[in-house]
Write a protein that binds this ligand. Sequence first.
Ligand code: GAR
Length: 225
Amino acid sequence: MPVAPLRPPLRIAVLISGGGSNLQALMDGCATGLIPGQIVLVISNRSDAFGLERAKKYQIPTRVIDHRLFSLRASFDQMVARALEEAGAELVCLAGFMRVLTSDFVQYYAGRLLNIHPALLPAFPGIHVQRQAIEAGVRFSGATVHFVVPEVDSGPIVIQAVVPVLADDTPDTLAARILRQEHRIYPLAVRWFAQGRLRLEEGRVRVMDGEEDDLGVLVNPMGEA
Ligand code: GAR
């Protein structure tokens, strides 16, 4: 019987700027085996990002690259790219990383750079998106994991989760509800990438060879308030 060759664990780097709860979900995903990969480096552009503490607890190497020390956006990005190369990163995950990357950087990592955004793209790109959703009066919002392209908060969508927007929501309550779904979908997207199941076809993502766990992808918006 032919035996499929074993893949070595995918080498993942995560870029953060803050709390790092998505980083936590990815670390947990690797630790439990959901993601056949290992996080080899966490980079933060802020030295006070709590995510750095989370990474240290898991003995994951961290780097702080303070964007304020670079007069040019491109020089900051080059420093980040150098750290990623040194770590041998094969996939780069933006997880609450609040810097816009240059198109040179994005093009270099095309097809191996993912981002999570707390809205149902292409609706509500940018910042303060939970406030935007409430002010627009939408009944549903959610989260999106997508491949990064030079245009901000755009690019082929891997997975989305839907959550209801309730009448008495504040940006904070909506953000918390969305964040809980982010923690479900980001590890799944990275799992699929690590399994080699994501195909880019005409600017759209196809997930190959569905499995049982894919059923969890459709979030029932009324299931959780
Ligand atoms: C998350 O909601 C993430 O989607 C968002 O920042 C938060 C980071 O939380 N990212 C963006 O808005 C990027 N445009 P975390 O640090 O706890 O993962």
